[in-house]
Design a protein. Structure first.
Length: 145
């Protein structure tokens, strides 16, 4: 069986370290991303995040090879591999997970080989307080508890 090539050498979409994006990025095929992104990144192919990658948003792909800094959730339908010196604050979901020594990870991991992960987990769910939890106050006076 041949050794898989890194996504950077076979990617249809290559975004290098000089890229700085705000907003969601959705691609078809394999992606190599090594820049800054303030938004979600989704592809139906393989995704490789380079050492300079800095993502503030959720990431979803068939396979993910992660480096750099990610502040968001990662979801891989097949395999999620996290390389040494990667920093992740967020949850991980996938069928298979590989984490090298030296990774900084703060979050939860859900690894279920029998389940197929379709999309990134929700970042946060807002649960509003019931209406009676809010108390009317007069201007300038704090609410009594």
């Amino acid at each position: 069986m041949p050794t898989p090539q890194p996504a950077a050498s076979r990617a249809n979409n290559i975004l290098n370290s000089d890229v700085d994006l705000r907003g969601n990025l959705k691609c078809s095929g394999d992606v190599f991303f090594d820049g800054k992104l303030d938004g979600d990144l989704m592809t139906d192919g393989a995704l490789e995040l380079g050492e300079n990658a800095n993502v503030r948003g959720n990431v979803a792909a068939a396979n993910i090879l992660a480096r750099g800094k990610i502040n968001g959730n990662l979801a891989a339908r097949e395999r999620l591999e996290i390389k040494s010196r990667t920093e992740i604050v967020g949850d991980l979901r996938g069928a298979k997970l590989v984490i090298e020594d030296g990774v900084t990870f703060q979050g939860k991991a859900e690894i279920a080989p029998a389940k197929s992960v379709v999309s990134a987990p929700a970042a946060t769910t807002f649960i509003p307080k019931p209406p009676d939890a809010y108390k009317a106050t007069e201007i300038g006076k704090p609410a009594s508890r």
